[in-house]
Design a protein around this ligand. Structure first.
Ligand code: 8X3
Length: 301
């Protein structure tokens, strides 16, 4: 077998249509280079809202063909109308739904990237009060849903000869915090999946990319975690100057999957500047120390 470097080392895109003549955003074509001509194609789970929805928009804006997968048909239909993504309604916890997703994606042509974004947090109980049903729900989607989709798409990603598996972990997969145990445990498990999969795929032209966001303010993430309590959800972000947005994360995901394919961003942690760790979050304006306030003229001192 030829070494991987002989198979697939040609840069495909920079992801920036303005800077890269290889990109034709209107047609989504990828002229030249090894592999089949035609658009790069991604499948995005969790596409109906938040980071998943933003990933669909960002990749479509760069000319990728995108298959958007989520449970909520109305939201998917709206996303499809806005972006031209191909919607598939279903749940990553269902073998049948994921099999249908694979069939619909395969019918469109080669699949180059699977973005496993589907996931959620539910509850803030301590371990001594853990609600087992909530832990199970998080594990079913965050871990087993990602494994199910990844296993199902690996044959297509291999066949594309430039495949990407993106796993959306979290800084909760790298650290722990009080009240986060069920979510933290699921994301630690997912990080274990990512690291193991990368070892198992060595020698093949398939990248395993782990993206670990910190505090991201989306309309639904904390609201869901707090069982619909808007006050509890809002308190998570209170006073924080510029938490990450779903677009910030999608921008980074897009960066990762548009590197030349011999460059594997194994793991990328992103946080707002106001957050130094899961337990160190600055609430208030960001102010440099020892520097005059912006409205003070230092010459007056
Ligand atoms: C979300 C980050 O800090 O809410 O994945 O666990 S955190």
């Amino acid at each position: 077998m030829a070494p991987v470097s002989d198979l697939d080392t040609t840069p495909v895109t920079t992801g920036d249509p303005a800077a890269d003549p290889a990109i034709d955003p209107s047609a989504g074509t990828r002229p030249g280079g090894p592999g089949p001509a035609g658009p790069l194609r991604a499948v995005v789970t969790g596409a109906s809202s938040g980071i998943g929805e933003a990933c669909v928009r960002h990749l479509r804006a760069r000319g990728w063909d995108v298959v958007a997968f989520a449970r909520r048909a109305d939201r998917l239909a709206d996303l499809a109308a806005r972006t031209g993504a191909h919607p598939v309604v279903g749940d990553v916890t269902s073998d049948d739904d994921v099999a249908r997703l694979v069939a619909e994606a395969r019918a469109r042509g080669p699949v180059h990237a699977l973005l496993n974004v589907a996931g959620f947090a539910l509850g803030v109980d301590h371990v001594d009060a853990a609600r087992i049903d909530e832990w199970r729900a998080m594990y079913e989607t965050n871990v087993l849903g990602t494994v199910r989709a990844t296993k199902a798409f690996l044959p297509l990603l291999r066949a594309s000869r430039r495949g990407d598996v993106v796993l959306m972990t979290s800084t909760a997969g790298h650290d722990t915090y009080v009240g986060g145990s069920g979510y933290v445990a699921s994301k630690h498990a997912l990080l274990g999946v990512a690291r193991t999969l990368r070892l198992e795929l060595v020698g093949e032209p398939v990248r395993v990319i782990e993206i670990a966001p910190g505090l991201v303010h989306t309309p639904e993430f904390s609201l869901h975690r707090y069982h619909g309590d808007q006050g509890g959800a809002d308190a998570v972000y209170a006073g924080v100057e510029n938490p990450l947005t779903a677009d910030d994360v999608a921008d980074v995901v897009t960066f990762a999957v548009t590197r030349p394919h011999h460059v594997n961003i194994d793991s990328l942690v992103l946080r707002p500047v106001a957050q130094a760790s899961t337990s160190s979050l600055w609430r208030g304006p960001l102010e440099p120390k020892g520097v005059p306030a912006a409205d003070e003229d230092p010459r007056d001192a």
